[in-house]
Every structure is written in C-alpha cells, then in structure tokens.
Write a protein that binds this ligand. Structure first.
Ligand SMILES: [Zn+2]
Length: 454
C-alpha cells in the first residue's frame, strides 16, 4: 500500500510535459505515476495545481548558526518558496566550519536538504591569512590544500572561490589548493568573479582557465551581478563559446536588479559607483542604525568603517540584461540568498516564485516546462543528483505543489523574508514539510554528500 496518493494535480514530467495523472509515494520515493487510484494510507486531493519536483537552489548562503542561535533562518524561507535542496558555502565563504555545519544538520535535521562547498576565503582565514589583499604563503597554500582534502572527505562538493572579496587570492593559489582534486570525478568548482562590469569577460576567462587547468567543471556564480551593467550578451556568448569548445562551464543567475553583500567588503571599494554608473543613493543599508536607509556619501563611509558586517543592497543592474540571463537556455536560476539576523535581500525568500510568476507566466520569456528545468532538472544534473529534480518512479519524493495562476513572490526590500503566495505543499522524502501553506516544523532535510565518484 502507498503512503500517500496525490490526485487531481498536473504532474510536471520533463519527458511528457504537464500530465493530468496521480502520483503515489512509498518509503520516501515516487512509486506510482498514472491514471489509476492505487490504495494509499492517505490521499491528497488537488484542484489542478502543478506538482513539480522540489526546487534546487544551487547557489545560496547558509545560516550563521551563531547569529541565529542554533536555529534555522534561511532554510525556513527556502522551504516556504518551494526549495527542497540547497547548496551552501558559496562565494568562498562558509559561515561556520563544515564540521560545525554537519554536526548541526546531523543532530537536529534541517527544514531542507543541504549540500556544501568548502570556501577558499574561509580557508585563508583558517590558515592565518586575514589580509584579503595579500597572497598566501607557500606553507599556507599547502595547509589549505590539506583542509580542502578533509572537506572533500566529509562530502563537500568542491571548492568555492570568492575572487572579488580577496584580490590577494591569485590564479596560482586557486589552482594550488585544488591540486589533489585534478580531474577527480564528481567534484564541482564554483566562483564569484574577480571583477564585475567592464572587466566581467576577463573574470569569466580566469574561471574557464581554472576549469581547464584542473580538468574540473566550474559553475560561474550569479552572472546577474557580474555582467548586467552592459556586458550580459558578451558574457553569455563567451561562456557559450567555451562550452562549445568542451570547457565544462556552468552558470547561475538570480532574477533581481539589485545585488547584496557586506558593506565593508572589497566590492564597495573606491571607484565602484563610477564603474556601475550609479550614485550613493542606489546603495541601501539593511540594519540599525541604518535600516532601510539609502546612502549619502557620509552614511556610506560611516557604515563601511563602523558596521562592515552589515548587509547592503545595491540597486545597480539593468532589467533587460537580467531578463536576457533568465531566458538563456544554459543559465540555472539560483537565489544567492543570504540573511544576517533575518535582514537582507528578498531573493532568499522570493527567487523561485518570482522567476515562475514574472518571467515564465507574466512575461512569457520561455515555454513553461522548459523554464522549470532551470530550477529543478538542470541544477540536479549539475550536482550529480540523479534521484532529484525530476518526477520519475524511484526518484526521491521531494515535491513543490503550487497554483500557477496564484504563485507570486512577496518578499521585498522592506520585508525581505515575507513568504510567497500560491505554494500550497512542499514534501521532502515524501513527508509534508509545508502543508496548506504552513510549515509543519518538520526536520526532514539532511546533509547530502557529493554524489558522483564519491
Ligand atoms: Zn557571490
């Protein structure tokens, strides 16, 4: 007997399109798809909602368990927007050690499944190089190399780089810490570009060269905030060109015209406003004493000096270039969500409903079923998760059930964690994590170790 039978929905099956069939779950797996009504302990009746694979966020930033006092923060907003698996440790930055992150997940479970990278910038601090502008010594690089190996043994996906945040981290250092991963199956590298705007292409070239030198796939992070200053088309063309030549490049982007990072970081160094063609008022601060304040020169300088760990939101990118990235068939949609004490950018609570409602439904940027692959099947394949991101018998029953005419993001720059509309149920391993729009407070998520070749 099935544990659960879902009837009356429209199943998002990437082989056949949207099909009006029933879906059965047993022992956490999809065990039936068809028009019959096999016996089940429980039946969930839908009214033509879409039953989609749970969304997979291939680029986000996990909670800082010290700041959140051991509780989950972003994992909850992820769940509310339909995410069932997310990838932590991006942009070179882990918010705690991988060991601490794993021990939290293993001891309490998690609202969603997590995978993680080990971050280059985080490791630099671990080995005592706290100067982001200084190269690491040979000894420090060797130490990082062995810490990378330890993280890989714990199940990390690979290394994340945060070049823009650490100008001292050279190409040679990036290769040096990954020396033992060369050509190793199942490893994925990822990186936050070294320069944005007019130097975006040179940054993409550097990441492609790293991929070639190490013979490893490389996921270019959030192209939206790297290139949507007049360089999107050239950036996409360059990545496509590399891919056609056999370089294993992937790319993600988020559906907003503002980016977010710490006000004290190197991103906001002198010359940034000129480079983006914007003014101080286009930079918004998120926490006291400047909560929801647009900068003046004076506030900007004070925040950088006295509140460097405050998240800032920079309203600086061009909408037509964001749409171009969303529509490109090779671009994976991911949130880059990050919160600090619940404050930050709405992308951590709105990315996927926003992509579906704004770009697929309202603007009709691409065909619905094709578009949905960008948040399910494509990230699953890039991560080597052959049991997720698709509805097929035998796959994990991670599902997001939503009403296509009602789904919409609600989080905005004033209420950055406001949940979306239109998502009724989210299941993880066949269990209700969100039911009738409300979290069940289940902790069904776990840490997923790297799959391929592990
Ligand atoms: Zn980043």
């Amino acid at each position: 007997m099935l544990d659960l039978l879902i009837i009356g929905g429209r199943l998002l099956d990437f082989k056949r399109g949207l099909v009006e069939e029933n879906l059965g779950i047993k022992d956490g797996k999809i065990s039936y798809m068809g028009v019959d009504f096999p016996q089940a302990k429980e039946v969930l009746e839908l009214e033509a909602q879409i039953v989609s694979p749970g969304f997979i966020d291939i680029h986000m930033h996990e909670e800082d368990f010290v700041l959140s006092q051991g509780d989950y923060d972003i994992a909850k907003t992820m769940l509310a927007m339909g995410v069932t698996t997310a990838v932590a440790g991006n942009c070179g930055n882990n918010r705690q050690s991988l060991e601490a992150f794993l021990s939290q997940l293993n001891s309490s479970g998690s609202p969603i499944n997590y995978m993680s990278y080990i971050g280059h910038n985080f490791l630099r601090e671990q080995v005592g190089n706290r100067d982001t502008k200084a190269p690491s010594t040979r000894e420090q690089t060797q130490k990082m190399r062995s810490l990378v190996n330890e993280a890989i043994n714990l199940g990390a996906l690979g290394i994340s780089y945060g070049f823009e945040y650490c100008s001292g981290g050279s190409f040679e250092e990036a290769i040096g810490i990954a020396e033992d991963l060369k050509g190793k199956e199942g490893i994925l590298l990822t990186g936050h570009y070294r320069y944005d705007g007019d130097r975006a292409l040179e940054s993409i070239q550097e990441m492609a060269e790293i991929s070639k030198a190490l013979d490893l796939p490389f996921l270019i992070s959030h192209l939206s905030s790297c290139s949507a200053f007049g360089y999107m088309k050239e950036s996409l063309d360059l990545i496509r060109d590399y891919r056609e030549k056999g370089v294993k490049l992937f790319v993600d982007a988020y559906p907003y015209t503002a980016f977010s990072t710490y006000i004290g970081s190197d991103v906001f160094e002198e010359g940034c406003l000129e480079r983006w063609g914007v003014d101080y008022k286009d930079i918004q601060l998120t926490q006291a004493p400047y909560e929801n304040t647009r900068c003046t020169e004076e506030i900007f300088m004070d925040a950088r000096k006295n509140h460097p760990k405050m998240l800032a939101i920079a309203h600086v990118m061009r909408e037509e270039e964001i749409a171009m990235a969303m529509a490109d068939p090779m671009v994976i949609v991911a949130s880059d969500g990050i919160y600090s004490s619940g404050k930050g950018h709405p992308r951590g609570a709105g990315t996927f409903p926003r992509f579906i409602s704004k770009y697929l439904r309202d603007e009709g940027l691409m065909e619905f079923v094709e578009g949905m692959k960008k948040i399910t099947l494509m990230p699953a394949e890039t991560l080597g998760l052959s049991n997720k991101g698709r509805l097929e018998e035998g796959c994990d029953a991670d599902l997001c059930i939503f009403n296509y005419s009602e789904i919409r993001d609600q989080a905005d720059f004033a209420e950055a964690q406001k949940p979306p509309l239109g998502i009724s149920h989210v299941l993880i391993d066949g269990k209700f994590a969100l039911r009738d729009g409300t979290s069940t407070e289940g902790r069904f998520g776990k840490f997923i170790a790297r799959k391929n070749g592990s």
